[in-house]
Write a protein that binds this ligand. Structure first.
Ligand code: BG6
Length: 369
């Protein structure tokens, strides 16, 4: 059932082009308009919401953090992302005009279930983004938008994460379409670009040997840092989480802009630092700023592994190594840039002789608070 792969995780990483294609399937009509039949919430309610709160745990929460950049941009609705266990116990301001989006692969994470219950008690509408049909979270929500990633067996989430981003984006695009935002051209363009992601992901996977070699050369590493900006920031945190979960290595993700406010003190000779570089088009100023961050850590002796889009030659000068991914609009880049980080963590753990499907101390779904 591992389909010829060494582990479920390896298989699930390679399932990602299909997982995204399946999550997009049947959700657009012939004219390219989004049709989300499962969106069981009154259109008038969706038009009147004035705040979105995404609640989730672990990797699912990072998917929410990526989605925040997109949803706020397309919908102009203030969007917060909160860890479900923090949300539930801090007396959050939630009411009939709040849309709570609960993101969960299993649909059985108790912390997220409790957040859903609390939100509904306050009168909020709740939409579940979930990978497991009929599980508790979609059952207890007003509507469910399923990710069609297929069963995910490995404890550390991979294909569910990318599918959650896609489903959150579909929700954001749907709300933008419904509310007739001024970004409607961009909404159409993004839908078209989303369809191209599975092929681009296949290309990222074709180039995996570079990442495998890198991971095997780093098996004695004690600490790895990840920097990202804009949507690359949650990607950096997800890259760090994968490495903690799988390889038991101390790893941290930072917002690149925060570097000079503290984390740069950690940089010493040989420190391994991954930098997720924003796309060049449309975000020129961010791109230049991240290049200067690479330069800053390199000048202090860091071993800089840069993930950038094809054609970005500017990153080469300060990079120890560049991992290129195909070009895509800025907001879609996490669907590509996450994958080398997943492969790096899996291969480093494999090189250390660890079980990548069932890391120590972790459970696939945590059904206690
Ligand atoms: C953790 C899993 O316990 O729960 C993570 O090990 C996962 O991989 C997190 O991201 C949230 O789970 P779910 O099912 O709610 O997405």
């Amino acid at each position: 059932e591992k389909g010829g792969f060494d582990s479920f995780m390896d298989k699930e990483i390679h399932d990602q082009p299909q997982a995204i294609a399946d999550t997009l399937l049947g959700r657009m009509d012939a004219s390219g308009k989004l049709v989300l039949d499962e969106m069981n919430v009154d259109e008038s309610v969706l038009k009147s919401i004035d705040k979105i709160v995404v609640v989730a745990c672990g990797t699912a929460a990072y998917a929410g953090q990526v989605a925040k950049y997109a949803i706020e941009h397309w919908c102009r609705i203030p969007t917060e992302v909160e860890l479900a266990h923090e949300f539930r116990y801090r007396d959050p301001v939630v009411n009939e005009k709040t849309l709570v989006v609960a993101v969960s692969q299993s649909g059985e994470t108790m912390d997220t279930i409790m957040a859903v219950r609390h939100a509904r008690q306050q009168g909020a509408k709740v939409i579940a983004i979930c990978n497991t049909y009929g599980s508790t979270i979609p059952r207890e929500s007003d509507a469910a938008l399923y990710t069609h990633a297929g069963p995910e067996v490995a404890v550390a989430s991979t294909k569910a994460f990318l599918s959650q981003i896609v489903a959150c984006y579909l929700l954001g695009l749907y709300l933008a379409q419904l509310r007739g935002n001024k970004f409607s051209d961009e909404v159409q363009a993004i839908l078209t670009e989303l369809q191209a992601i599975p092929d681009k992901l296949a290309k990222v996977l074709e180039n995996k040997q570079q990442v495998i070699d890198l991971a095997h050369s780093q098996q004695d590493t004690q600490s790895v840092l990840f920097l990202g900006r804009h949507v690359g920031y949650p990607v950096a945190m997800e890259g760090a989480l994968k490495l903690k979960e799988l390889a038991y290595i101390h790893a941290e993700g930072f917002a690149a802009g925060e570097l000079k406010h503290g984390p740069i003190a950690l940089i010493d000779d040989g420190q391994l630092v991954f930098i997720v570089v924003p796309t060049v088009r449309g975000r020129d100023s961010l791109h230049a700023k991240v290049i200067s961050n690479i330069q800053e850590v390199r000048a202090r002796g860091a071993n800089t592994i840069v993930i950038a889009e094809e054609g970005d030659e500017a990153v080469r000068e300060y990079a120890s190594e560049v991992i290129y991914v195909p070009r895509t609009p800025t907001l879609l880049a996490p669907l590509l840039t996450t994958v080398p980080l997943q492969i790096f963590a899996m291969e480093l753990a494999t090189a250390k002789g660890l079980n990548v499907d069932q890391p120590r101390n972790l459970a696939k779904s945590v059904t206690v608070e």
